[in-house]
Design a protein around this ligand. Structure first.
Ligand SMILES: Nc1ncnc2c1ncn2[C@@H]1O[C@H](COP(=O)(O)OP(=O)(O)OP(=O)(O)O)[C@@H](O)[C@H]1O
Ligand SMILES: [Mg+2]
Length: 256
């Protein structure tokens, strides 16, 4: 008897790219960073994006997160088409609906951990939902470190502050570009565990770029990019299965 996954997945789409293309430069220096990419990121799902250096991972993430413009195609966050938005509205959508975790934590050195976490909301003049904030701080295990400044925190703790900051405003979708790229494997595992918990327990939608098959195995699904195109997808990945797929692409690359 074959077993089927019993987990019920919601089908609502948190973000969608359709025929998304992005080129840089013209003539001889023209680079096609994204070549008609169509992909859905479903609500309460954890997606990892993988692929060789230069395959367009960061470009895809920046375009979908409204941090970068695209050449053609469309991007939707929830029901909102990004292409139709004026700058002011795009800024507001980014602020209200999107959380971003950068590889270099991007914390402000003069602020405490707690002040860093609430900074985006403070700038927006929004009052944090205290209960939610406590839940997030508790989940990332920073309760005892809230009055510390970044220089008084380890790399892993700083990245946990960055994770809490991205989750604090309850964004519709959280993007991370190699969020564990600068961490040792133990701190990385902690941060990945928090991201996965935020999906499983809080219904957060997370999209993460990573080069690490072990990190990708925390996700529900892996999307593989090569030369600006989606070339494969893997559900319920294990590190071994991800490695296996990556080897297959390498072999194809050599024979073609
Ligand atoms: N500002 C830019 N001007 C010109 N070309 C760019 C620019 N930014 C990116 N590119 C090119 O677009 C392609 C995709 O870049 P991107 O940063 O998305 O790759 P990536 O998959 O994130 O790679 P990595 O794993 O190294 O971070 C690359 O060929 C890159 O050289
Ligand atoms: Mg990149």
């Amino acid at each position: 008897m074959t077993t089927t996954p019993t987990a019920v997945r919601t089908t609502a789409v948190a973000a969608r790219a359709t025929d998304l293309s992005k080129t840089y430069g013209t003539g001889e220096t023209r680079v096609v960073a994204l070549d008609r990419v169509s992909v859905d990121f479903r609500q309460a799902e954890f997606t990892a994006i993988m692929g060789p250096s230069g395959s367009g991972k960061s470009t895809l993430m920046h375009c979908v997160a409204g941090l970068d413009t695209f050449s053609s195609g469309s991007v939707r966050i929830g029901d909102t088409e990004l292409g139709a938005l004026k700058d002011k509205h795009l800024t507001r959508l980014r602020r209200d609906k999107i959380g971003f975790i950068f590889q270099a934590f991007n914390l402000l050195p003069t602020l405490t951990a707690l002040e860093n976490i609430t900074l985006p909301m403070d700038i927006a003049g929004r009052k944090p939902d205290r209960q939610w904030l406590d839940t997030v701080i508790d989940m990332v295990g920073l309760s005892g470190r809230l009055s510390h400044r970044p220089s008084q925190l380890s790399g892993g703790q700083q990245q946990r502050v960055a994770v809490a900051r991205a989750l604090a405003s309850r964004p519709d979708i959280v993007f991370g570009d190699e969020p564990t790229g600068n961490l040792d494997s133990r701190s990385g595992a902690e941060v990945l565990g928090f991201l996965r918990n935020s999906v499983r327990e809080l219904g957060q939608t997370v999209v993460m770029v990573t080069h690490d098959p072990v990190a990708a195995a925390y996700a529900d699904r892996v999307v593989f990019l090569a030369d600006g195109r989606i070339v494969d997808e893997l559900r319920d990945p294990t590190a071994d299965a991800v490695l296996d797929r990556m080897k297959r692409f390498d072999a194809k690359g050599r024979t073609s």
